[in-house]
Design a protein around this ligand. Structure first.
Ligand code: GLA
Length: 419
């Protein structure tokens, strides 16, 4: 796990950037250790994300409210001889080597399929747009400080970051939407995950101190500011990782599709489950299989909750936003059935902690993390209390940290980045 690599302690409050300098120096050293000496490296950063509202709505065409965090992927890249491209990670000892002239759409079955998929997308884009770039060989090392498989979107972080690094190393002149589309296509069409659009958008379009309001029906987006002086976001990691999470996620996608196929017969103007009115659902819920009806009810009510949360935030009512987060968690537990006892315990404990405004599981669920919205002043006390209660119940302290916001993918060190 990446968080083990960086020595993240349990229950402490450490802001991501406080440790960047030493982590970056270590990452550059790792490149030499792993791939040998070479040209000076440039380092790129791509954040992870938490989603405050709109759980499991992206693949149902609904609205979501994610924000980027100051933990993410470090990508060190340097030019290499010829047309050889090597991809390695600090997480394992494997290195994938491909020749840019002959690389094919052959999956490896490992993590490297994510950056490989992006590489293939970028090469296709270069051909399609007739870009006159000189595609030289590269050595690329991935690492970072984002917990993997924890619901903080490590895969989109890697994919969007890969697109950025290739763009900058080859001077292609692509923009953030190109990175987002390359990441999305790589995950869906190469890796084969039926993911929604939220994660690459949340990472690629990130702005510091802002929540992204993304309408997943048409891809339109705006930003909603959140004042870091008054409000903080903590992420509590249960350290529970479910092997079958991907299977269960794909099952939820199928169940939502099935609900939509049945309900659209009664509301022909609907183009996705988000469009189905509660009344339509309520009149015909008996025709759906019970589990499918529960999934649909979650989605339809979560759409309304997410709009209510945005309205609350826009009138400065963060307590109102927090109340919607708690309701969302209840629904994820009871109707969407993607929670686990560790997540429920963290949310229940947060609900009784002074200064906490809201909490819910973030990401797909089945383990992973709870996102907690709290008053900045309450931070240390609340975090310590929640961590202690968890320890009493489960016999181990969870990792709970305050996360800062992030400005999105960029070069952070090397010849053209700021150190
Ligand atoms: C995972 C997926 C996202 C989204 C969330 C649930 O993180 O990658 O696209 O569906 O689950 O909101």
């Amino acid at each position: 796990m990446l968080e083990r690599m960086t020595g993240v302690g349990s229950g402490q409050i450490v802001r991501g950037r406080e440790r960047w300098e030493s982590q970056l120096a270590a990452h550059t050293r790792h490149l030499e250790t792993r791939l040998g000496p070479g040209a000076p490296a440039r380092i790129f950063f791509s954040p992870g994300r938490v989603n405050l509202m709109g759980a499991h709505l992206d693949y149902n065409g609904g609205p979501v409210m994610p924000t980027a965090v100051d933990r993410g992927t470090f990508i060190a890249a340097r030019p290499a001889r010829g047309r050889r491209l090597r991809l390695a990670s600090t997480l394992d000892g494997a290195t994938l080597e491909v020749d840019l002239s002959t690389v094919t759409r052959q999956r490896t079955g490992g993590w490297v399929d994510y950056p490989l998929g992006v590489l293939l997308e970028i090469l296709a884009l270069v051909r399609h747009r007739g870009l006159s770039a000189s595609l030289t060989g590269l050595d690329v090392l991935f690492g970072g400080n984002l917990p993997i498989g924890a619901g903080l979107s490590s895969s989109a972080s890697i994919c969007v970051g890969t697109a950025l690094a290739l763009d900058r190393m080859w001077e292609l002149g692509l923009d953030r939407m190109d990175f987002v589309h390359a990441a999305l296509r790589a995950e869906r069409e190469f890796v084969g995950v039926q993911c929604g659009i939220m994660d690459p958008y949340a990472v690629g379009l990130a702005r510091d101190g802002q929540l992204l309001w993304l309408d997943c029906k048409d891809g339109s987006s705006t930003y909603i500011p959140i004042d870091p002086a008054r409000h903080a976001i903590a992420v509590a990691d249960t350290l529970v990782r479910r092997e079958l999470a991907q299977v269960a996620f794909n099952e939820r996608v199928r169940q939502c599709r099935s609900a939509f196929e049945s309900l659209r017969e009664h509301q022909p103007d609907a183009s996705c489950l988000r469009d189905i009115h509660f009344d339509t659902f309520d009149a015909h819920r008996g025709t759906l299989a019970p589990a499918v009806a529960r999934r649909a009810e979650h989605v339809i009510r979560e759409v309304a909750r997410t709009f209510a949360a945005r309205d609350a935030l826009e009138r400065g009512d963060t307590r109102g936003l927090g109340a919607e987060m708690f309701r969302a968690h209840d629904s994820l537990r009871d109707l969407f059935e993607v929670s686990v006892p560790e997540l429920d315990h963290l949310v229940a404990s947060a609900a009784t902690s002074p200064g906490v405004l809201g909490a819910r599981l973030t990401g797909a669920g089945f383990g992973g993390c709870v996102v907690i919205l709290l008053e900045t002043a309450a931070g240390p006390g609340a975090v310590d209390r929640i961590a202690s209660e968890f320890e009493q119940r489960f016999g181990r302290r969870p990792s709970i940290e305050l996360y800062g916001g992030d400005a999105g993918p960029r070069e952070i060190a090397g010849p053209r980045g700021s150190p």
